[in-house]
Design a protein around this ligand. Structure first.
Ligand code: NDP
Length: 270
């Protein structure tokens, strides 16, 4: 359920999974105004929906209309995926889970040391899932001290994660011993030349470098990281995997991520 424009590539991706599994299901993009949100959720329940996604501005506002929250959604205080469990509508957050699924193809984050750039919605979702997955420590690098500080407090207080905030000024040097580096900012989105303020010499061979930005798929950060011998994870994988997790929640099936990635990439023209 979203306020986004029709023709969302997510529709193509999710319906490709339904078709691949011979499910005669539909994933429909609908616009809902903030004033009608409660009515829309009750309507979806009454009509037997198995669930829905919701995007801004409904990610927080939808919560009072639900029957409960999954663990990470409760910590984040934001829902992007609603799932029918019995007669209940439960709010989940699949952004961070999608990222984690993608990251797991390169590295198990348990016990690892992570540097995360950004403190917006995507970074928040990722940080919470990484904490729940048992990372050892997180260095959060963010331009705004206020926003960065809020996320650090949440991670320390609710998840007891060893977290440090660095206010981002000039080129940041990745500390020795870092295992995973993540761009959780919008830097690079639709801007292939945009550069993350980072001292590239501190990216070391074997580090895993991930980007949330999905267009272009090969961001400048990922190209720079690959050139320095890092393993890289693109943002398209996160987008696909949050869809995979949603389909798993709604159908109980394990959809083929490749089928979904192909459909998404074709619809996005990337
Ligand atoms: P928000 O607006 O909530 O947060 C943006 C973040 O980027 C903030 O931390 C902001 O810093 C930082 N930022 C933006 N511009 C700059 C800059 N010039 N210099 C330094 N920091 C900057 O956005 P979201 O978290 O919702 O989205 C972030 C990105 O993640 C987007 O590109 C989005 O498309 C992508 N995304 C990808 C997903 C996927 O599945 N691959 C899923 C969700 C999002 P500050 O706090 O200082 O303002």
């Amino acid at each position: 359920m979203s306020q986004g424009a029709a023709g969302n590539p997510t529709v193509a991706m999710i319906e490709a999974a339904f078709a691949h599994h011979n499910l005669h299901w539909r994933y429909v993009n609908m616009e809902v105004t903030p004033a009608e949100l409660g009515v829309a959720v009750r309507g979806a329940k009454a009509m037997g929906f198995r669930g829905f996604n919701c995007s801004l501005p409904h990610k927080v506002a939808v919560i009072p209309h639900l029957d409960g929250l999954g663990e990470s959604a409760a910590v984040m205080g934001a829902v992007n995926c609603v799932v029918r469990r019995g007669e209940k509508f439960i709010g989940e957050n699949t952004d961070g889970k999608g990222f984690l699924k993608s990251l797991n193809t390169a590295i198990d984050p348990k016990g690892k040391s992570v540097v995360l750039f950004g403190a917006g919605g995507a970074a928040r979702a990722i940080a919470v899932e990484l904490a729940l997955a048992g990372i050892q420590r997180l260095t959060l690098v963010n331009r705004s001290e206020t926003r960065g500080g809020e996320l650090v407090e949440l991670l320390r207080n609710k998840l007891k994660l060893d977290t440090q905030l660095v206010v981002w000024k000039g080129d940041y040097s990745i500390p020795t011993g870092t295992d995973i580096v993540i761009n959780g900012t919008s830097i690079g989105l639709y801007a292939p030349e945009a550069r993350l303020a980072l001292d590239l010499h501190t990216l070391k061979q074997g580090m895993v470098v991930a980007d949330v930005v999905f267009s272009p798929v090969r961001t400048r950060l990922l190209e720079d990281a690959a050139a320095r011998g890092c393993r890289d994870i693109d943002g398209l994988g996160m987008l696909v995997n949050q869809g995979v997790v949603g389909v798993q929640y709604w159908t109980g099936l394990n959809p083929d991520p490749e089928v979904m990635r192909k459909a998404l990439a074709a619809a996005m023209g990337v």
